[in-house]
Design a protein around this ligand. Structure first.
Ligand code: 5AD
Ligand code: SF4
Length: 477
């Protein structure tokens, strides 16, 4: 793949900045905005970029949806319920629009990128002013300009493999923890998953662009960077400049990012080199999110996951050998077509064996256009419900045991906020990505602290302060 075809040119980006400037000069443009975000971290980060664009267009964030002059829905379609939720909430806006015809309603994101959605918006949501897909996010200023000038519905959905747009604004640059996208799209085509269809092919940003963005984030006060991509450990595979994920980790570690996380990884690409890069790094968190999806070889094969149970367990072993205290988390789907009781028992036994800190668990949801949607032997809803309940019960027991096992240990916490439940306490995450609350005041926010865990709660830990911690201190003591 030629890099030229996927990188948006500087001239096109300049045109968008020009469009943003013109929107700022439109007298009756919306002055405030509210974004409703569904789905994963990539969407959350896209919303930060969209907010940055709207700031540039002279708008300010509204405190509530009802107070905004522009409402933007950034949608998700990974499962049917995500889609139904977004469509349901979009329907509610009809009344708001009737009361205030100047209100600008926009929808974007993965759900909109699906081929059938243009028609749905046109027919069922004529009160929406704008709909644009994931591939056109960088064109939001010119799309909005067109809608404001014509006062007609603008639908902009491009069917491409996707692109990389550098230099977009972002509204979050002074946050304690920040997202940083290193790649977009996915080539894996897991048979149940719609992501490759709505996010396009894998395309990796250049190491230099990523390093520059990381430097900017650090200058803005960021203490933790979460590298984002659908499949971060295949970072660089689409480039011809030798860039690799372990190499990128080493460069970011050397830059001195106080804490480095990444998400999500595919087990098939988890190399010994990456494990070594993490283990020898100073700043990588002791946490690995490694979606397994199923513990059954037959189901993994039908899911097109490329690895089998034994390979997965071997990689878990390698991770733990190199980093004995590493926390593992995962994603699991139950009720995939053809999943038998024995297949499900294999999933349960894998969960018992790995002992994850936590797991995101899902009932399989057929997605139009994916291979699994056409597979025979659907699992009845009541069977899936029973299986997911058993899975959750098993994982909750293990999570509680893992948390209880941490009582008495010392942890390095990045303090992020005053605790939600008790204003005399602050809360932050330890390297395992578990929230820890401890007595302390606001002045600690944004700094690292060493704490001793005193009790385990439900998904969180309580602790007492031991000492302030240097941000240069290693994640691995
Ligand atoms: N049904 C249920 N869960 C799904 N996921 C992806 N597609 C589907 C689907 N069709 C889950 C996977 C993935 C996570 C982000 O969402 O577990 O890792
Ligand atoms: Fe979907 Fe599989 Fe790609 Fe993850 S790796 S986004 S589950 S196709």
């Amino acid at each position: 793949m030629s890099r030229k075809t996927i990188q948006v040119t500087e001239q096109e980006m300049a045109e968008q900045r020009e469009a943003a400037r013109r929107v700022r000069e439109i007298e009756d443009r919306p002055k405030s905005y509210f974004i409703v975000t569904y789905g994963c971290q990539m969407n959350a980060h896209d919303s930060e970029i969209l907010a940055g664009m709207m700031d540039e267009m002279g708008m300010t964030p509204a405190a509530a949806r009802e107070e905004a002059e522009l409402i933007l829905f950034n949608t998700c379609c990974i499962r049917d319920n995500a889609e139904r939720k977004a469509l349901g909430n979009m329907t509610w806006l009809k009344e708001l629009k009737r009361q205030n015809p100047r209100l600008v309603l926009c929808a974007c994101g993965c759900m909109i990128q699906q081929p059938r959605m243009a028609k749905v918006i046109l027919r069922q949501y004529p009160f929406f002013d704008i709909a644009f897909g994931t591939h056109n996010l960088h064109k939001f200023p010119s799309i909005l300009e067109r809608a404001l000038e014509t006062r007609r519905q603008v639908i902009s959905i491009e069917e491409t493999d996707g692109c990389i747009a550098e230099g977009l604004p972002c509204s979050s640059e002074s946050k304690i923890t920040s997202y940083l996208s290193i790649m977009y799209g996915c080539n894996n085509f897991c048979s149940y998953c719609i992501v490759p269809y709505v996010r396009g092919r894998e395309r990796s940003r250049s190491e230099d662009d990523i390093l520059r963005e990381a430097e900017r984030l650090l200058e803005g006060g960021t203490q933790e960077i979460m590298l984002l991509g659908q499949n971060v450990n295949s970072y660089g595979n689409d480039r011809d400049d030798g860039a690799t994920f372990p190499g990128l980790i080493r460069r970011l570690d050397a830059l001195g990012v106080p804490r480095l996380r990444f998400m999500t990884s595919h087990p098939k690409d988890l190399s010994e080199e990456l494990i070594e890069a993490m283990a020898s790094s100073k700043h990588c968190a002791h946490h690995f999110h490694l979606p397994v999806q199923s513990g059954s070889d037959a189901i993994l094969k039908a899911m097109n996951r490329i690895y089998d149970r034994e390979t997965y367990l071997r990689r878990v072993e390698s991770l733990r050998k190199a980093m004995p205290h590493i926390a593992l988390t995962t994603d699991i789907i139950v009720g995939f077509p053809g999943e038998t009781d024995a297949d499900f028992e294999d999933t349960l036994s894998l969960v018992e064996r790995v002992r994850y800190d936590s797991a995101y668990t899902f009932v399989y949801s057929p997605r139009e256009g994916t291979r699994a949607a056409a597979m025979p032997n659907p699992v009845p809803q009541e069977v899936s419900s029973e299986r997911i309940a058993r899975l959750i019960e098993t994982q909750e027991r293990i999570s509680a045991e893992v948390l209880a096992g941490l009582v008495g240990s010392e942890q390095r916490v990045l303090v992020e906020e005053v605790s939600k439940r008790d204003a005399r306490q602050v809360a932050g995450k330890c390297t395992r990505n578990i929230t820890i609350n401890f007595d302390g005041d606001e002045s600690l926010i944004g700094s690292f602290a060493r704490v001793r865990v005193t009790a385990a709660g439900h998904n969180t830990l309580k602790a007492e302060l031991v000492s302030a911690e240097d941000k240069e201190a290693p994640e691995w003591p």
